[in-house]
Design a binder for this molecule. Structure first.
Ligand SMILES: Nc1ncnc2c1ncn2[C@@H]1O[C@H](COP(=O)(O)OP(=O)(O)OP(=O)(O)O)[C@@H](O)[C@H]1O
Length: 225
């Protein structure tokens, strides 16, 4: 689905990632961990073309991301759902509209998509909050809404950047369950998280590979997790 081939990423002459190779194969579940500032968000951005590697190559759905024009990149991004770390929403729009925004922007017929939206709001447990404005939501509600928005276009791949940040243990378990459900539906999932307890808890629910960024390199985490 998405593969990084000997990727390096530098900014302002400073190397952040070096010789990173990984293959997110169809239907796989990966965790990505590593210290704060080690490059987890950067690696996620490289996976969907928000950043291009300084060296090496990123391929997604058999295309070299560096070779795509703007339209091709936009089409490819519809196949990748991203849960951003900071869950940005448009504060003046009700929650349901915020979640539906990717559909509206891509010109889908909302008359036909309404059932999907209703089902999705129900799936993340936010049916009763459809009319709420984003500033009225709790942290856990925001995180679930961000996940719903990331999957509304039925992407093949979900890249979630700290999807359980700022929520309590029960809520992080609930979010994990949703991500595992998506994987069982056949989606390829990558979750960046520094929460090792969450990653350990996931081991009973899903067969996941745990990747760790350490000193610019990506390693497969061992049994110490
Ligand atoms: N293009 C850039 N210009 C300036 N700084 C950058 C650039 N890209 C990445 N960085 C810096 O590189 C570091 C790694 O950032 P990144 O957000 O990828 O790490 P992270 O592992 O996700 O961190 P956290 O766990 O704290 O979210 C940060 O200090 C960030 O500011």
């Amino acid at each position: 689905m998405i593969s990084l081939e000997q990727v390096g990423y530098s900014y302002s002459g400073k190397e952040l990632l070096s010789d990173v190779s990984v293959d997110l194969s169809p239907g796989s579940f990966h965790f990505l961990t590593g210290p704060s500032g080690s490059g987890k968000t950067t690696l996620i951005k490289l996976c969907y073309g928000a950043l291009l590697p300084t060296v090496g190559r990123v391929r997604a759905f058999d295309a070299d991301l560096a070779a795509l024009d703007r339209d091709q990149t936009a089409l490819l991004r519809r196949r990748v759902g991203v849960v951003h770390q900071d869950c940005r929403f448009l504060d003046h729009l009700p929650l349901a509209d915020n979640i539906a925004l990717p559909l509206i922007v891509s010109g889908r017929d909302m008359g036909q998509e309404n059932t999907n939206l209703t089902d999705l709001m129900h799936w993340v447990g936010l049916s009763a909050r459809a009319d709420a404005l984003p500033p009225e939501l709790s942290g856990g509600e925001r995180q679930r809404a961000a996940l719903a928005r990331a999957v509304i276009m039925s992407p093949d791949v979900i890249l979630a950047d700290e999807p359980t940040g700022n929520v309590d243990w029960d809520m992080s378990q609930r979010l994990l369950k949703l991500l595992v459900e998506l994987n069982r539906m056949g989606k390829t999932v990558l979750v960046a998280s520094h929460d090792l307890a969450l990653i350990r808890a996931a081991k009973n629910q899903v067969q996941a590979r745990v990747l760790r960024i350490s000193e610019k390199r990506l390693q497969l985490a061992g049994a110490d997790l």
